[in-house]
Design a protein around this ligand. Structure first.
Ligand code: PLP
Length: 374
């Protein structure tokens, strides 16, 4: 049986990985400045992580959400300590799209409204409500297009207010730093204004931290820099360092009732063991601080790179915008220099999303390769 052909693939087969490096079937070593699409937070195959999953696998890997699971409670309390998000409740799921899907559904249940406000260039996943709130017509099927979503320019508070005044918007969903859209981030004034408007018009503020969360920007969540209190925070990617897990943090003003949300696999024993290990390592290796330190070093080092128009993003969620399309450069970095990087909707933007464990010597390798190519 052949595979449903939806991914344009690089002809590389990875067979093992260690920290910031991955290895193909010829044992060629690649530096991973892509993190498997911003997923690898604590480094590939981190020994603590491997040990935690292995130990758990030997005890119990899965049971449904019909029994007590102390691993969920332990993960929730560790998440409070590391993230400083004290007052929230936690619901588990398995992916970023599913996190946003549940967030939007909950907003609609809570407010009794059904319209969504999203932003130009946004990406929130490929499931029903999440894809409808994604600014990409190519991936919205007719069945999704029936949802009412207004796409507004990032930073345009006036238009947001005009929409919310109509009193039919259940949620404003926003990536605090846009991922695939091209790493744009608005001002603190804008995010605080959005928070204020949501509270004024009984609309829930959903911060999509699927890509930017779990320390990638140097803050645990990107919204924390702007001192706001989202009603729902969605997370996935770095949460499991590759083990599929997602979740939403839900403000206590939103009440739970039996059966309101649910999932078979979400919060299973193995996933909780994986994510708890991620939090332990983020803390013990001080990786949020490393993200900030490595950003500073990276920004200093790229200053003299030719043809560079802008450096975007923060922490280790970075983008280099050139004055030419980067598709060829990206291929050369992979095949000639053995360095993985990411692309974006903006064809001139090279995305840098390494494990949060990278060191200066890895940045030096990347800069040398870039200089040779340019
Ligand atoms: C900001 C954001 N939200 C949601 C998603 C969807 O996550 P998933 O692919 O796990 O469904 C992504 C994935 O790239 C993302 O970057």
């Amino acid at each position: 049986m052949s595979l449903f052909n939806v991914y344009p693939l690089f002809d590389i087969t990875l067979v093992k990985a260690n920290d910031v490096y991955v290895y193909d079937d010829n044992n060629t070593q690649y530096l991973d400045f892509y993190g498997g699409h911003a997923v690898i937070s604590i480094g590939h195959s981190h020994p603590e992580y491997v040990k935690a999953i292995t130990n758990q696998l030997q005890k119990i890997a899965f049971y449904s959400n019909s029994i007590q699971n102390p691993l969920q409670v332990a993960l929730a309390s560790k998440l409070v300590n590391v993230s400083n998000c004290n007052d929230y409740h936690l619901f588990f799921c398995n992916s970023g799209a599913e996190a946003n899907e549940n967030a939007l559904k909950l907003a609609s249940f809570h407010t009794g409204k059904k319209k969504v406000v999203s932003f130009k260039n946004s990406f929130h996943g490929r499931t029903s409500a999440a894809v409808a709130a994604t600014d990409n017509l190519k991936i919205i099927a007719p069945i999704n297009a029936q949802q009412e979503v207004e796409f507004i320019e990032l930073g345009d508070l006036n238009t947001v207010e005009k929409e919310l005044q109509k009193n039919d918007v259940c949620a404003v969903i926003i990536e605090i730093i846009q991922g695939i859209g091209g790493l744009d981030e608005s001002t603190t004034e804008f995010y605080q204004g959005l928070d204020r408007l949501c509270k004024k018009y009984n609309t829930l503020f959903i911060a999509d931290e699927v890509q930017s969360g779990f320390g990638r920007t140097g803050d645990f969540f990107a919204f924390q820099k702007h001192l706001i209190t989202p009603d729902i925070i969605s997370m996935a990617k770095g949460m499991g360092n590759g083990f599929p897990i997602g979740g939403i943090l839900i403000h206590p003003t939103i009440k739970a009732s039996f059966g309101l949300l649910g999932t078979t696999f979400g919060g299973n024993h193995l996933a909780c063991a994986a994510s708890t290990a991620v939090l332990t390592v983020l803390e013990s290796e001080n990786l949020l601080k490393n993200a900030i330190d490595m950003e500073a070093y990276f920004v200093e080092k790229v200053q003299n790179i030719p043809k560079l128009k802008a450096i975007k993003g923060r922490g280790l969620m970075l983008g280099l915008e050139f004055d030419f399309p980067i598709a060829e450069l990206r291929k050369k970095l992979i095949f000639d220099h053995h360095i993985f990087t990411g692309s974006a909707k903006n064809p001139n933007l090279l995305r840098i999303l390494p494990p949060l464990t990278i060191k200066k010597k890895h940045i030096d390798l990347f800069i040398d390769a870039l200089k040779k190519e340019l």
